[in-house]
Design a protein around this ligand. Structure first.
Ligand SMILES: Cc1ncc(COP(=O)(O)O)c(C=O)c1O
Length: 451
């Protein structure tokens, strides 16, 4: 971390207090409330705690304008004719601390490339966290493999390593941990399990730029790591993604696969034409120009989010029924793509979470209940009933798989209790964080108005 940031020791000390900080029953907060938290809730017509909006995202810098115009005028928009994507790949590898980076069209295509190159094939099983954006499920389905869910650790929001081993079968080829919301998964445990069972590890770091675990950046802890640069992300270019890795041979294969299977690197000397299967998953030159401009702010933004998140941790834990996330053992910092906590309605006289979210929103605080139990939405059955899956898996396996989907109690509970704040809110000032804290306190103090 840089000079003016919190030291790692300060960081760990603060977060571990916040983490255990479960539920205490005092209502009083130790900071001077700047807002009047008594009185009528905004949802019922009262004055909201916050009347102003939040920082807009993404923010663009004028230094991107000239290079963008020059790429436009050059007509070299395709990476093989220009230099920008290659330049970006070098800068991104340096930023993340990986030997190589391959830019892709999206996070989804980065994950597809990584899964294919690491040998995830039709009829395989991949162990994955159910608590993730739907793309993580989809990329496994796109390989005609089964996404096998290991239940979530509710405190850390990430895959529970204790639930992985029981899910391994003779079809399992990979573990796909997700550093969801920017929170690092327990990579030491995951890598140890993978080693014991001869599995590959592909990190879905699509929300975890600059998150750290064991002193290393997320995305560099498994065999390959994948990132997204979609519009909402901390490093945005509308669409875009990257695979990072340290093994040249594997990274050369990724490059080939993402470029229609054309030979690349060593294989270029051995083959002509198309020695591999592949697809077009390439990034455009314009995307790379935006990314190199956006990259100038990413460390400063990450430190600001961290500082504000630690402040929220230290205050929110004192409000009954509000349980901030816990960093998993070995994690140094989250990327805070989202700031999450669990809402325990029993401390709010059973006020449903949906009503809590509405009340908070009315006070001017953007928030979301996050991911639902998406495996009940229909896509699993659509896949399992398809011609291909019926061919690839026995009826018995598909039946037990269906039963396993009904047995994710920790994930189900988390989807009922989670509350998220958005990353752009964490780029605000201390006063903005106080608005968040005051609004939650106000809803807590006045909860009876909503019953
Ligand atoms: C956890 C996770 N995985 C994968 C993806 C897919 O990335 P993209 O939208 O760039 O394809 C995302 C994007 O939101 C994500 O959040």
């Amino acid at each position: 971390m840089e000079k003016n940031n919190l030291s790692r020791r300060q960081f760990i000390a603060t977060t571990s207090v916040g983490a255990i900080g479960a539920v205490v029953t005092t209502g009083a907060l130790s900071y001077g409330n700047l807002n009047d938290v008594s009185g009528k809730l905004a949802l019922l017509g009262g004055d909201p705690v916050r009347k102003t909006g939040w920082l807009e995202w993404p923010m663009w810098d004028s230094d991107a304008e000239d290079p963008m115009l020059s790429v436009l005028r050059s007509g070299k928009w395709y990476r093989e004719w220009g230099t920008k994507v290659t330049e970006f790949e070098k800068q991104y590898a340096d930023l993340i601390g990986a030997k190589r980076a391959l830019a892709t069209a999206s996070g989804t295509t980065a994950l597809e490339t990584a899964l294919h190159v690491m040998g995830v094939d039709a009829g395989d099983e991949v162990i994955v966290s159910p608590y993730t954006f739907i793309a993580t499920y989809n990329v496994v389905f796109n390989q005609k493999a089964l996404p096998v869910f290991a239940d979530t650790d509710q405190e850390t929001f990430t895959i529970n390593p204790k639930k992985i081993e029981e899910k391994i079968t003779d079809r399992t080829t990979a573990i796909l941990p997700v550093h969801i919301l920017g929170l690092p998964a327990d990579m030491n445990s995951i890598n140890a399990i993978a080693k014991n069972h001869d599995l590959v590890v592909i990190e879905d770091a699509c929300q975890a730029w600059l998150a750290e675990y064991d002193g290393k950046k997320c995305g560099t802890l498994g065999d390959l790591g994948c990132f997204s640069f979609q519009n909402s992300k901390h490093l945005p270019s509308g669409e875009g993604g990257a695979v990072v890795g340290n093994n040249d041979e594997i990274m050369d294969l990724c490059k080939s696969y993402h470029n229609c299977g054309r030979a690349f690197g060593k294989s270029k000397n051995e083959f002509t034409g198309y020695p591999y299967r592949g697809g077009n998953k390439r990034m455009m030159e314009m995307q790379a120009v935006i990314l190199m401009s956006q990259m100038k702010r990413i460390k400063k933004d990450a430190d600001k989010r961290l500082e504000n998140a630690l402040y929220l941790d230290s205050k929110l834990k004192d409000i009954p029924g509000i349980i901030p996330y816990r960093l998993t053992e070995g994690a140094n910092r989250s990327a805070y793509h989202l700031y999450p906590f669990r809402y325990k309605k029993e401390y709010f006289d059973d006020l449903p979470r949906e009503k809590f979210l509405k009340a908070l929103t009315a006070e001017g605080i953007l928030c979301s209940g996050g991911y639902r139990s998406q495996y009940n939405d229909g896509l699993m059955e659509e896949a399992l009933n398809s011609k291909g899956y019926k061919r690839l898996f026995s009826k018995q396996r598909l039946d037990t798989y269906r039963e396993e989907l009904k047995n994710l109690p920790d994930n189900d509970q988390l989807t009922r209790e989670a509350v998220w704040f958005f990353q752009n809110m964490l780029l605000g000032e201390r006063k903005d964080m106080d608005d968040i804290i005051d609004a939650i306190q106000k809803v807590y103090d006045n909860r009876k108005q909503l019953l």
